[in-house]
Ligand binder design. Sequence first.
Ligand SMILES: CCc1cc(N2CCCCCC2)n2ncc(-c3ccc(F)cc3)c2n1
Length: 255
Amino acid sequence: MLEIFSKWKANLTSADVPDQAEEGELPQHIAIIMDGNGRWAKKKGLPRIAGHREGMKVVTKIVRTASNIGIEVLTLYAFSTENWKRPKKEVDYLLGLPERYLSAELPKLIENNVQVRLIGTTENLPDHTLRAVEKAIKDTKHNTGMILNFALNYGSRFEMLEAMKSVGRKIESGELKADFITEEHIQTHLMTSKLKDPDLLIRTSGEIRLSNFMLWQLAYSEFWFTDVLWPDFKEQDFMEAIAVYQKRKRRYGGV
Ligand SMILES: CCc1cc(N2CCCCCC2)n2ncc(-c3ccc(F)cc3)c2n1
């Protein structure tokens, strides 16, 4: 896969990508907090939903790039449990985006052997959203390429609380003893139980916080923050984040 990355890099001028771009291992799992869509719209004097619409086009580009260079898992924070507090009109628009994205992209995802997955709670999600996502999960479940994991109606504290309740029930039933609980017991009860933890977290728009996203899973991840607003995020920005990750890994690899 690295040669794909090298070929991609070869097409750019040396000024485009730091020359350490092809050394060091690729991150296997990249998670992205796709922030700045409302601000992008406001800057252009457009309604917030115009930022979300533009942001979805960037999802298409970054998914394709990640799949092409061999990223194993790409997790995208699409809708948090906190997003329900937004105006109803905006929430309704947001919850229409999965079907809008999938109706355009699912055939290409299937063609590229991408497997669609979801983390989050299906509670309160409208049927039309659920139907679209469940179809994509079903239609791609046998694909063996990149895992495209959407965090939809997801909140990390809710996820961890549910995991702890499950472990607590096993203690109550006598299946588990509290003193023998390991990190693995918790991990296997999280929504991400079948995924490796993210190697790299990218957050756009200049915010430096996790916003209740994968708090357990990001314990040892590299973080890369950029002021670029998600709708302005380019393939180049994505590759720069990966190149910086590789440089960090190469340095730590030498320790
Ligand atoms: C449910 C809110 C939402 C918002 C959203 N935005 C708006 C906010 C962030 C920027 C990207 C565009 N996207 N983009 C793709 C999806 C999507 C989700 C699940 C799925 F299976 C397929 C696609 C999406 N979902």
